[in-house]
Structure formats: structure tokens, C-alpha cells
Design a protein around this ligand. Structure first.
Ligand code: HEC
Length: 109
């Protein structure tokens, strides 16, 4: 009984340094908004793509998704999902999405 207590104390003191490290929490980068960009589609995406759901839907797509995938996705949001996206805005939105979240990202993104 006595030894069990000593052993517990030893284990607790051995783990103490790890407990201290575990408190060193790194917060993740801001992910609740579209990634800022010079591309015209950035503003259009902000205007058209977070009315029904969060940016998370876009951020969680496979990073290798090609332009055709994003185009199909944006068109799907319009028909059948009913998003009010102007047809002439679609190419710019697709361009921003594939270059920011898809296959045409520049390295380091
Ligand atoms: C009219 C509402 C509406 C708007 C506006 C809208 N979406 Fe969606 N979106 C949906 C619905 C509904 C789903 C499917 C939700 C589910 O499956 O749970 C979805 C899902 C998605 C997904 C997940 C993958 C998939 O294919 O289901 C992505 C990516 C996405 N939307 C991107 C966009 C982008 C980019 C825009 C702007 C061009 C946009 N959405 C605008 C309604 C909308």
C-alpha cells in the first residue's frame, strides 16, 4: 500500500514536464473566412458563397481538386441548390477557388 503511493508520486513527477508542455497550446490559423486575394473572385466568393454554409465547406475540399471540379461545384450551388450567382461571375469565382483551395495553388499556400 505504502509502495503504491510512492510509485504514484514518482509517476506523477515524471509526467509533470509533459503536462507543462501540453499547456503550450498553438491556436490554428484563422479559417473562418476566405483567404484574402487580389483575384476578383475573392470578393465575389465572399458575396456569393457564405449565404447558405460556412467557408469550411470550401476549405475542406481535396486540395488537388482541378478547375473542372470547382466549376461543377459552383454551378451545382446555382442549380439545383438555388444560389443566386450571376453567370458572368462564375469564371472569376472558379478562378479564385482553384487558385486558393484547389489544384492551381501556388506553392507555400
Ligand atoms: C443557395 C445556398 C447555397 C449557396 C449560396 C452556396 N452553396 Fe455551397 N452548398 C449548398 C448546399 C445545400 C450544399 C450541400 C450541403 C450538404 O450536403 O450538407 C453545399 C455544399 C457545398 C460544398 C461541399 C461539397 C459539395 O459538393 O457538396 C462546397 C465546396 C460548396 N458548397 C461551395 C460553394 C461555393 C464555392 C459557393 C459560392 C459560389 C456556394 N457553395 C454557395 C448550398 C449553397
Amino acid at each position: 500500500m505504502k509502495y503504491a503511493l510512492i510509485r504514484m508520486l514518482l509517476i506523477a513527477s515524471a509526467l509533470a514536464p509533459y503536462a507543462a508542455t501540453a499547456l503550450d497550446i498553438q491556436l490554428p490559423a484563422e479559417t473562418a473566412a476566405f483567404k484574402p486575394s487580389e483575384l476578383p473572385g475573392y470578393v465575389l466568393a465572399q458575396r456569393n458563397c457564405i449565404i447558405c454554409h460556412s467557408v469550411h465547406y470550401i476549405q475542406s475540399q481535396p486540395p488537388a481538386s482541378p478547375r473542372s471540379y470547382w466549376e461543377a461545384t459552383v454551378k451545382k450551388m446555382k442549380v439545383p441548390f438555388g444560389a443566386k450567382i450571376a453567370d458572368e461571375d462564375i469564371p472569376a469565382i472558379v478562378d479564385y477557388l482553384v487558385k486558393t483551395y484547389g489544384a492551381e495553388r501556388s506553392s507555400g499556400n
